[in-house]
Ligand binder design. Structure first.
Ligand SMILES: [Zn+2]
Length: 115
């Protein structure tokens, strides 16, 4: 079982990593958009059907991959940081973390979350 300090440190680490991931995601999207503008328009004229179709295909392929990677990361992160209930192994939702800090109990099973 964790102490309250360890739990608070883990929640801080969780928040900063989620923030860092969000910024990485934004930067990646900007890079993709810029690359697409730069590369595709060398070969295909802007506004052409082929360019539009390629854009849609890229979007359809990239968005599920991105969503899969991001959701997988967000799923693993609390477990890796030890932000799970020691009794029922439930992962607290972000809005539940404040409740746990206040009550010290797991919102799912009521067990003591930390010492
Ligand atoms: Zn629990």
């Amino acid at each position: 079982m964790k102490t309250k300090e360890q739990f608070l440190a883990a929640t801080r680490a969780y928040r900063s990593r989620v923030q860092r991931m969000a910024w990485t995601f934004v930067a990646l999207m900007v890079c993709i958009i810029l690359l697409r503008l730069k590369i595709l328009h060398l070969y295909l004229p802007i506004g052409s059907t082929a360019n539009g179709v390629l854009g849609v295909i890229l979007f359809l392929i990239l968005s599920p991959v991105m969503a899969f990677l991001i959701l997988g990361y967000l799923n693993r992160l609390p477990r890796r940081l030890g932000l799970i209930c020691p009794e029922c192994f439930a992962i607290p939702k972000p809005q539940e973390i404040k409740v746990i800090q206040k009550t010290q109990h797991c919102p799912s099973c009521g067990a003591l979350f930390f010492l």
